[in-house]
Design a protein around this ligand. Structure first.
Ligand SMILES: Nc1ncnc2c1ncn2[C@@H]1O[C@H](COP(=O)(O)OP(=O)(O)O)[C@@H](O)[C@H]1O
Ligand SMILES: [Mg+2]
Length: 373
């Protein structure tokens, strides 16, 4: 269905009126609808200038809608990126394959991964904090980062934490879902996603298993893939890298060597960061994070555990701790005394648990790190 400026005006006026009356719940609803309406109008705009103007208005409305959340005291992420009457349009609601949220996990909750944290500070935090310096040195904001490494090392977790650190809206999208559900509408949905993300002041689009969406073109015959890959590349290059808004595209993969080379060129997923197994300090921090708040016996020695956990991933370590905690928990449920977790509990689980990542897997990643393929 098509939208008109009069629809937009009506929605905006109602939103603004409610805002002025202090009814922020109602205001938010109208403002979001008005913003979406404007995004729609921007898509139909005849000139580039008009399109940009419309997008700016939409962004302002989104900002105002966010203000409603703050004012009413309990910020709430909009569960769907498209709302209201326009959902029936083309039969596709992007909310089915896009999760939009405001994550509450931060950098402090993540052990290690200092390279990733540094890269993000450089791309997203410092340029905003020091705009004059950034301009002087031609440092642009946003861009693309590829996180690659074995499973369970915190790639998904840190993508969320990035959004938290920069107070950005987080979009989680699954290429597998785009492909399976929306064949034929994939292009349209990708455009909606990027439009919506661009309307936010800062946003993080996270695509997990990014290799599934963009396999090397020669080996893939799907036509959807052939249309979608160039479109995503184009959207990535369309980022406004010097403006007041920033969009960070984070891709994650366990199989970086399967990614389309075009995706890795400058201006795209050009910053590649290896997310490997945790080193000793990171393992120590994980023990503090996962074990530190639980009741512990005096014989639990983090230094010893840290050594024994070499070769285990973050996900492994979290699981080991959880299983160890279950031992006294089950005893207590069975009528026993509630005792703390002991060294023996930890070692028992450790001995039964193999690291999920093999040394040979690591060799493959090292080759990619050195040769890029
Ligand atoms: N560096 C880390 N610091 C703290 N916890 C971690 C770390 N890496 C992994 N974990 C734990 O393992 C879980 C799975 O990690 P995840 O981010 O899904 O890994 P990946 O996306 O690399 O497969 C996380 O939710 C977290 O509980
Ligand atoms: Mg993951």
């Amino acid at each position: 269905m098509s939208v008109s400026f009069s629809t937009f005006d009506r929605l905006k006026s109602k939103g603004v009126a409610a805002f002025q009356q202090g009814d922020f719940v109602t205001a938010r609803g109208y403002l979001v609808d008005a913003a979406e309406c404007m995004i729609e109008l921007a898509e139909q705009a005849k000139t580039e200038d008009a399109r940009r103007q419309h997008e700016e208005i939409a962004a302002e409305l989104v900002q105002l809608a966010k203000d409603c959340d703050t004012r009413r005291g309990s910020p709430q992420a909009a569960p769907r990126i498209r709302q209201g009457e326009k959902d029936d349009e083309a039969g596709a609601d992007a909310s089915d394959w896009i999760v939009r949220e405001k994550p509450d996990v931060g950098f402090d909750d993540i052990a290690g991964l200092e390279d990733v944290k540094t890269e993000i500070r450089l791309k997203m935090i410092y340029p905003f904090a020091h705009p004059a310096l950034a301009k002087q040195y031609g440092i642009s904001v946003g861009g693309g980062v590829l996180l690659y490494g074995p499973p369970g090392t915190g790639k998904t977790m840190i993508a969320r934490a990035i959004a938290h650190e920069i107070d950005a809206t987080f979009y989680l999208i699954s290429p597998a879902q785009i492909m399976s559900k929306w064949v034929g509408e994939a292009e349209q949905n990708i455009r909606k996603l990027f439009d919506s993300a661009k309307a936010d002041r800062t946003s993080v689009i996270f695509m997990d298993e990014v290799e599934a969406l963009v396999p090397r073109r020669k080996s893939d015959s799907s036509t959807v893939m052939q249309r979608v890959v160039p479109q995503i590349l184009q959207e990535l290059e369309g980022f406004d890298r010097n403006g007041q808004r920033a969009l960070l595209f984070v891709g994650a993969t366990n199989k970086p060597w399967l990614i389309d080379e075009a995706m890795l060129r400058p201006g795209r997923l050009d910053a590649k960061v290896y997310v490997g197994l945790p080193d000793a300090p990171a393992r120590f921090k994980m023990l503090e994070i996962y074990l530190g708040k639980k009741p512990l016996a005096g014989d639990v020695d983090f230094g010893e555990l840290c050594d024994r956990l070499e070769g285990y991933s973050g996900a492994d370590i979290r699981n080991i701790v959880q299983q160890a905690a279950q031992i006294p928990f089950m005893e207590a449920i069975g009528g026993g005394e509630a005792r703390p977790i002991t060294r023996a509990d930890m070692l028992r689980v450790l001995e039964d648990t193999k690291p999920s990542v093999q040394p040979s897997d690591l060799t493959r990643f090292e080759k990619f790190a050195q040769t890029g393929s």
